[in-house]
Ligand binder design. Structure first.
Ligand code: G4P
Length: 528
């Protein structure tokens, strides 16, 4: 049996972040192809027909009309155990997407070479910065015409505020894209399209730079220009240093095309060679302590997501735990810190695409789904011996706000109970007008889907059909300082969250920035 240290060092737990359509699903599928999990790619269609891989969960759940949240899957690649956490992008974007990121040790950020850094990527990147999660960047769709690589590097640095260090450099672009130059040894990697398109691995030929000759898709002039660019990068580009990457001071950049598989292998190899294995993370410090819990300690972990109704027949709720330390063994008794109760974690499962397999053991970095018969809540710490609690998960600034009320006004009690419970599960955040504890709370979310799930569950589980009315706010902040002396802009509103922390709701980011300038004695925080 492998030792605990061996198991930890061969784990890579990561999430892919991107704006919808940048190619996250396609890249995930290619990782399955390269790891041998699937024999041919192309099962995962794009948005038009998602069928397999991670998103297959979502489509299954959608078909059944139940909640859609991020999932995890595990498989082997180059001797490592890979855990991919799925962070839904499209209309499924929600607070769960952010919370799932907290369970990742690293992130691959996918950028569409024609579109550059887009809004959702910016938001998710900010969440990575908050937790110090190291980011590998993949510039995708190089087989399409896009921005120049130099412009893209500049855009990453300026928009995201992190130095970018190209690990390889594209040979041509659009129809002329034929591979990448590995900057470590200055070798040109030429890829040959197979008859099967991107369904199979392409052939790769490595040629040292000084032996490369022009070809039908690269003239002598173009080859010289590329060599000049590489020389310029050597002199003026950001150097790469693994420690800087691990400490969020640089992002290594890879170019490629997930669709044709060109340049995906160097990225996957970096995941194994550069990305960190689970460690005692600073972001996981126990609350109120500066002493990290070593990964080799006894078993401990925390709940980062609850997913209700995965099986409508059983109305079950699955709690997803990230293991932070020690070995998990089946039928283990654990302590829930918040309640002090001893629990047996029921029916732990490992998640591989659509299949759930029963789990015998698991290690730091792994995600296990347990049937939540124990009242586990988001952020709960569980461990063998107890005595500590991991830092609470950050709450992210909601951007959508609504007033919700029962169609039948006689159902006040049921809706109050339902909303409290669903908010505790993290379905939505509840916000009240400042110092008003009687009126119906507002519901707040980072994605529209959260409202749909809330309404669906209030009706199904609490028997309360509801009406939802959107409110004209688009961002919010937590307020530090005296609320009574805060100068409120015209369209803004003072509010409080469920823990009675003062908040301000704004109709635009412009208004928020204005309020910041007008209230230098107060602080406005984007997360709590
Ligand atoms: P997402 O999960 O980030 O939302 O993106 P997804 O992988 O679904 O890709 C979005 C679209 O972009 C898909 O096309 C996909 O085929 C395409 N795509 C992904 N990577 C590349 C690439 O490297 N090059 C090119 N040219 N296209 C790429 P679609 O038309 O929406 O779906 P489909 O019908 O082609 O499957």
């Amino acid at each position: 049996m492998a030792s605990l240290t061996e198991e930890i060092s061969r784990r890579r737990t990561f999430a892919i972040i991107s704006h919808p359509d940048a190619g996250k699903t396609t890249l995930t599928e290619k990782l399955l192809l390269y790891s041998g999990m699937i024999r041919t790619a192309g099962m995962v269609a794009g948005r038009k027909g998602r069928k397999a891989a991670t998103s297959d969960w979502m489509s299954m759940e959608q078909e059944r009309g139940i909640s859609i949240t991020a999932s995890a899957m595990q498989f082997e690649y180059r001797g490592c155990k890979i855990n991919i956490l799925d962070t839904p992008g499209h209309q499924d974007f929600s607070e769960d997407t952010y919370r799932t990121l907290t369970a990742a040790d690293s992130v691959i950020m996918v950028i569409d070479c024609a579109k550059g850094v887009e809004t959702q990527t910016l938001k998710l990147f900010a969440a990575c910065r908050l937790r110090g999660i190291p980011v590998l960047t993949f510039v995708n769709k190089m087989d399409m015409y896009g921005k120049s690589p130099i412009d893209l590097m500049e855009e990453i640095e300026q928009t995201l505020g992190i130095p970018a260090s190209p690990m390889n450099w594209p040979i041509g672009g659009g129809k002329e894209f034929q591979g990448v130059v590995d900057r470590r040894d200055n070798c040109f990697e030429f890829y040959t399209r197979t008859a099967a398109g991107g369904a199979l691995k392409p052939e790769v030929t490595r040629v040292p730079a000084d032996q490369v000759v022009p070809n039908e898709r690269m003239s002598a002039v173009e080859l010289q220009a590329l060599k000049d660019e590489l020389e310029l990068l050597d002199i003026a580009g950001n150097a790469f240093n693994r420690d800087d990457y691990l400490n969020f001071k640089v992002t290594p950049v890879f170019f490629g095309s997930a669709f044709t598989n060109f340049g995906v292998e160097p990225l996957f190899d970096a995941l194994i060679d550069l990305a960190p294995c689970p460690t005692s993370r600073k972001a996981d410090l126990p609350a109120g302590s500066e002493t990290k819990i070593p990964v080799e300690n006894d078993f401990s972990g925390y709940v980062f997501k609850l997913q209700a109704n995965m099986n409508p027949k059983h109305r079950d709720c699955i709690a997803f735990l990230r293991i932070n330390s020690g070995r998990y063994e089946r039928d283990m008794q654990v302590l829930q810190h918040r309640t002090g109760k001893r629990l047996r974690l029921a029916g732990p499962q490992t998640l591989l695409a659509a299949e759930r397999q029963s789990l015998e053991e698991a290690f730091p970095g792994d995600v296990i789904g347990v049937i939540n018969t124990n009242g586990l809540a988001i952020g709960d710490t569980i461990s063998i011996k107890g005595g500590f609690e991991y830092k609470p998960l950050p709450k992210f600034q909601p951007e959508l706000f609504a007033r919700i009320s029962p169609v039948d006004l006689g159902k006040r009690k049921q809706i109050d109970r339902g909303m409290e419970q669903l908010a505790a599960e993290g379905t939505v955040q509840l916000i009240r007008e400042f110092r008003d504890t009687y009126s119906y709370p507002y519901v707040a979310a980072v994605g529209r889907l959260q409202f749909e799930v809330l309404q669906h569950r209030l009706e199904e589980e609490y028997g309360v059909p509801t009406k939802l009315e959107m409110l004209p706010f688009s961002c919010s902040c937590w307020l530090i300082g005296q609320p009574d002396t805060f100068k409120l802009p015209f369209g803004a509103k003072l509010a409080q969250d469920n823990a009675e922390r003062p908040m301000v709701l704004f109709s635009s980011t412009w208004e928020k920035d204005y309020a910041r300038r007008e209230n230098p004695d107060h602080q406005l925080l984007d997360h709590a």
